[in-house]
Design a protein around this ligand. Sequence first.
Ligand SMILES: [Zn+2]
Length: 441
Amino acid sequence: MKKLVTAAYRGEDTVKQVPYGTIKTTDGSVPPGGADAAEINRLNKVQVLNLVWRRQPISRAQIARDSGLSPATVTRVAQSLIHREKLLMDVGKVRSSGGRPPIHVAISENQSLVIGLDVGATQIRGTLVNLRAESQAELAEPTPTNREFLDVMAVVARMIQSLQSHPAAAGRKIHGVGIALAGLVNHQKRLVEFSPDFRWNDADVFAALSPRIKLPISCDNVTRVMAMGELRYGIGRHVENFVCMNLGYGIGAATVDHGRPIYGSRGLAGELGHLCVDTTGRRQCKCGNYGCLEAVASGYAVASDGAALVAKAGRGVLWELCQGKPDRVTAELVAAAAQGGDVGAAEIFNRAAGYIGLGVATMINILNPEAVIIGGGMAQAGSQMYSIIEDSVRKHALERSARGVRIMPAAFGMRATLMGAVALVLDELLNLKGPIGSALL
Ligand SMILES: [Zn+2]
């Protein structure tokens, strides 16, 4: 029987096939606007793109067998994805068992580029990469110290323009820009609804950048994009259910469930940093509440505690590392001092790691992941951090829930959020949706 293809509406890369005449999504609903020819064409392209992403290099004949699409449809779709959308490329002839060798296709590595930016509290990093996330150019600039939204966006725009005009971009198509931002980011509206670290409210990223940047732009919460980076380029290639924790200046979490990130009703899910872990806590969080995980265990909290220790102690390993100047204390210095035998610094570090472990245990109890990925600056602190987290998980997570859960560092270390910004663009391209994916249609 002739087949058409449709998809679950919330996760186009989990495409299922249905017989002709029963065009509907896998949850039984008819897609908005109906399954017209253009939509079916888009879904066919999405199916081919995702097959190629997972199985590349792959022959057209194999795509037809695995997808259920007719060979003629696969040929037509592949031609378009190679020459029009420039997302795939022919990779020549690969030896086969007999007959005429088939020509294989793979994700384009030559024609197509994307830009990713990570807007951190102290530094903004940018990268120009191909669709395999291989770096073509890198940039970094300090975040404006006033953290005013328009000043930060001016730096972001300048960095995008620099990457656009980089020699590596000459003659190649830049599909779009992905931006990782801290706080409650409304991905669909391209709006930062609230960012405690930057003190932004309803900051309109698209309105700020679109007069200067003509490329399609997408943005999302920094930890969710980190999870998307893991999904596309890291552990997600083998694991479908995992949690990413971003332990940096603030603390965030993002969940991937059956291969798709969880957004929540308005796209604001994952604010683990504002889980109350100390109900008697007198330390106010930047969100305004008291006793939040972020207030007691973030890089900011550890640095603040370290600065107080230096001001009081007058000596010790941490005091020496910062030359007696409290304003020079960072979370990294506290971790180094703890490893160097500073008892006070070790207390600060171990207390923070214990709270982080409580956060990990909570995520394991609620979400039943296969793995917990730890990223961000605090994750660089070494094995001591992981042993404290594992100890805390043993104490606080249900034994059955925690059984077999792997707790491991992010695949890309300090580049995890930057790779996430790249993955945000890639996700839209592979699903031909969102501002960047839709621009191709
Ligand atoms: Zn808070």
